[in-house]
Design a protein around this ligand. Structure first.
Ligand SMILES: [Zn+2]
Length: 182
C-alpha cells in the first residue's frame, strides 16, 4: 500500500524544531507542530508528460530504467525544475531522454500522480502536452530510460504501465485518441 509511504506516515519529527509531537490536518496535506506551533504544507510537485505520435498515429512510449516502475512503459517526461516553464521542461526532457528536438508543444490535460521514490511518496501533478516533432529518425534512448517503442494505444495493457497517471491517460486516449491531433 503506497499510503504507508506518505510524508504523514514517514515523518516522525517537526522539520523546524525537531519535536516529535506533530499532527496532520486533512490526513496528508498539512503538518502542525504542537511544540513550536508552526505548520508545513505538502504540495504536489509539477511534472510533464509528452505525447508524441508517428505518422501511423502510434504513440511514443519509453521504458523506465529506474524505480519506481522500472521496466514498465511510460511516456517521455519528468519533473519540472524550480523556476522552469512547463513548456521548456517538456522540450528539455524529450531532448535528454530521446535526443529529439520538439518543434511545438500544446497543453492537453493534467493528471495527479503519486511517485514513490527513496521511501517517500511525492505527490505530483502531471501536465500533459501534445508534441510536434519533425524528424523521428535520430531517436535514441538516454538518461533514465532503457528503451522506446511506438505503439497503438489500443495494444497497451494496464499491466504494461507503471504509473497511475499514465494508466489513466492511456485509458483516456483509447476512448478519444482523435482529440489529441496536433
Ligand atoms: Zn516544531
Amino acid at each position: 500500500m503506497i499510503e504507508k509511504y506518505y510524508p504523514s506516515k514517514v515523518w516522525k519529527y517537526c522539520p523546524y524544531c525537531g519535536a516529535p509531537k506533530i499532527s496532520w490536518e486533512n490526513g496528508t496535506h498539512k503538518m502542525h507542530c504542537a511544540t513550536c506551533a508552526k505548520s508545513f504544507y505538502i504540495n504536489a510537485a509539477s511534472a510533464v508528460i509528452a505525447l508524441i505520435r508517428n505518422d501511423k498515429g502510434q504513440f511514443l512510449f519509453t521504458r523506465r530504467k529506474n524505480e519506481p516502475a522500472a521496466g514498465k512503459l511510460d511516456f517521455p517526461g519528468g519533473f519540472i525544475d524550480i523556476g522552469e516553464r512547463a513548456e521548456d521542461a517538456v522540450i528539455r526532457e524529450v531532448k535528454e531522454e530521446l535526443d529529439l528536438n520538439l518543434t511545438g508543444v500544446k497543453y492537453y490535460t493534467s493528471m495527479p500522480n503519486r511517485y514513490l521514490f527513496g521511501g517517500i511518496v511525492y505527490f505530483t501533478l502531471d501536465l500533459v502536452y501534445l508534441c510536434k516533432c519533425g524528424d523521428l529518425s535520430g531517436i535514441s534512448a538516454n538518461d533514465d530510460i532503457s528503451d522506446f517503442v511506438f505503439v497503438d494505444v489500443n495494444d497497451v495493457k494496464p499491466e504494461d504501465l507503471g504509473l497511475e497517471s499514465v494508466k489513466i491517460i492511456v485509458q483516456n486516449l483509447k476512448e478519444s485518441s482523435t482529440n489529441c491531433n496536433f
